[in-house]
Design a protein around this ligand. Structure first.
Ligand SMILES: *[C@@H]1O[C@H](CO)[C@@H](O)[C@H](O)[C@H]1NC(C)=O
Ligand SMILES: *[C@@H]1O[C@H](CO)[C@@H](O)[C@H](O)[C@H]1NC(C)=O
Ligand SMILES: *[C@@H]1O[C@H](CO)[C@@H](O)[C@H](O)[C@H]1NC(C)=O
Ligand SMILES: *[C@@H]1O[C@H](CO)[C@@H](O)[C@H](O)[C@H]1NC(C)=O
Ligand SMILES: *[C@@H]1O[C@H](CO)[C@@H](O)[C@H](O)[C@H]1NC(C)=O
Length: 387
């Protein structure tokens, strides 16, 4: 399938468009932003094992309980949730390349919005080295990225009952179905193949997607993700479960960010969790901190009720890990992802699993000096698999 850029632009004029998040003039790709309402019906979610927190004292106490030596061991209780949520999406496409008919659907992790995939330093906006979308559109691919539920631009839903992993999974399932049917916007070109790329929590959701609906994806790329969740408590402790509105009531007013929305205290906590010294530009860390997005305690805890075993998935799987990934690997990914590990066994319906480790990088792979190397490995894998 080949489409001219003009045709695409005409189609976008007919879509429900928002202003583009940043100026793309002069680039080899363009992005159009639009909002999609998604209806979620009867999704089993986690009934939180504690009352909604009323203040920071209670949030800190919840952290004590969650990371205590002894845990209750009680089976999680589930409760169904329904709702209609607005999801802010960006569709990016090359301007000066023949279009590939493969669409890449990109799901960002905790602490970021969709701009994780299209990161530019405000102080050096001509520098494309951190933009995944710049790299893959140069290779002819179109991308669909979106702000997950609970991220500004998309609905800031109830942090305790709605911003939960099963709801976010349902949103990814439905976005993928719309993309496959060409219904994201008026006259959207139907892709012949769709591959899913995740980062961190976005990889977790991508893994869960092909566990639940294996036929919806033709291939998955899991970055900053080792399948096992053993290192989550370090992340939680490092965050202090700091209430977003306590962290910065100007940026995260309590009227928009009720108490279940949390973040971490400072750029040093951000570095601990997402960066590996000295393989990053301090200006990138500062910008990541200045633009960080809160997460919810419930989305973190409800990881546990998503099934990750994907024996029905027959497509190829590519793990891309940072050598010094704190959240995914306890600051050492070597030996955690490979044949015989849980990360591989989860995909026992396919024989095509590869993994690579990016030397020196931390969890936020796209924000390290090695970003270009990371994107090169991904592009190479994508091409080798005929996408
Ligand atoms: C992500 O957040 C930054 C900082 O608030 C903002 O400039 C950008 O437009 C956001 N991106 C999206 C896709 O919403
Ligand atoms: C919850 O939703 C599921 C479908 O997702 C349905 O099978 C189940 O009966 C519902 N449970 C309740 C208590 O409504
Ligand atoms: C709080 O957010 C505002 C607006 O984004 C910002 O100007 C200010 O520096 C932040 N304050 C702190 C303490 O981070
Ligand atoms: C693959 O894993 C599933 C569990 O996810 C298991 O039931 C099945 O027996 C495994 N198949 C093989 C061939 O090992
Ligand atoms: C990382 O883990 C591997 C495998 O356990 C080990 O061989 C290596 O020494 C570790 N690296 C560091 C820096 O500790």
């Amino acid at each position: 399938m080949k489409l001219t850029t003009t045709l695409l632009l005409v189609m976008f004029d007919m879509a429900l468009a928002r202003p583009s998040p940043h100026q793309t003039t002069g680039k080899h790709y363009d992005c159009k932003s639009f909002d999609i309402p998604i209806t979620v019906a009867d999704i089993p979610t986690l009934a939180l094992p504690f009352l909604p927190v009323a203040d920071q004292y209670q949030a800190t106490n919840v952290l004590n309980t969650l990371t205590a030596r002894t845990q209750s061991g009680a089976a999680p209780k589930v409760v169904n949730v329904s709702g209609i949520y607005n999801i802010a999406t960006q569709y990016c496409f090359p301007l000066d390349q023949p279009l590939s008919s493969t669409l890449q659907i990109l799901t960002h992790g905790i602490g970021f919005n969709a701009s994780y995939w299209d990161f530019y330093l405000l102080s050096n906006q001509g520098d494309t080295q951190y933009s995944y979308i710049s790299t893959v559109t140069a290779a002819g691919y179109s991308t669909l990225s979106y702000n997950r539920l609970g991220i500004s631009g998309s609905t800031l839903a109830n942090p305790d009952t709605e911003v939960q992993s099963p709801v976010e999974l349902s949103i990814l399932v439905q976005l993928t179905q719309l993309a496959r049917e060409g219904k994201l916007f008026d006259q959207q070109p139907k892709p012949s193949k769709i591959i899913h790329v995740g980062h961190s929590y976005g990889s977790h959701l991508t893994n869960a997607l092909v566990a639940k609906e294996p036929s919806l994806s033709d291939g998955v790329i899991l970055t900053g993700y080792s399948y096992q969740g053993s290192y989550g408590s370090s992340f939680l402790i490092n965050s202090n479960l700091l209430l977003a509105s306590v962290a910065n009531s100007t940026r995260f007013p309590p009227s928009q960010y009720p108490n279940g929305y949390v973040t971490w205290p400072s750029q040093w906590s951000n570095q601990y969790a997402f960066f590996a010294y000295p393989q990053f530009d301090p200006a990138v860390l500062a910008q990541a901190e200045a633009t960080k997005e809160p997460f919810t305690i419930a989305e973190f805890l409800s990881f546990s009720i998503l099934s990750l075993d994907a024996p029905g998935f027959k497509g190829p799987v590519f793990y891309v890990n940072a050598e010094k990934d704190q959240i995914g690997c306890g600051f050492n990914c070597t030996g955690l992802v490979g044949p015989g590990t849980d990360a591989y066994n989860a995909f026992n319906g396919t024989s095509d699993i590869e993994s690579v480790i990016i030397a020196g990088a931390g969890h936020g792979l796209n924000l390290h000096y090695s970003a270009r190397e990371t994107y090169g490995k991904i592009n190479d894998w994508v091409k080798r698999h005929g996408f």
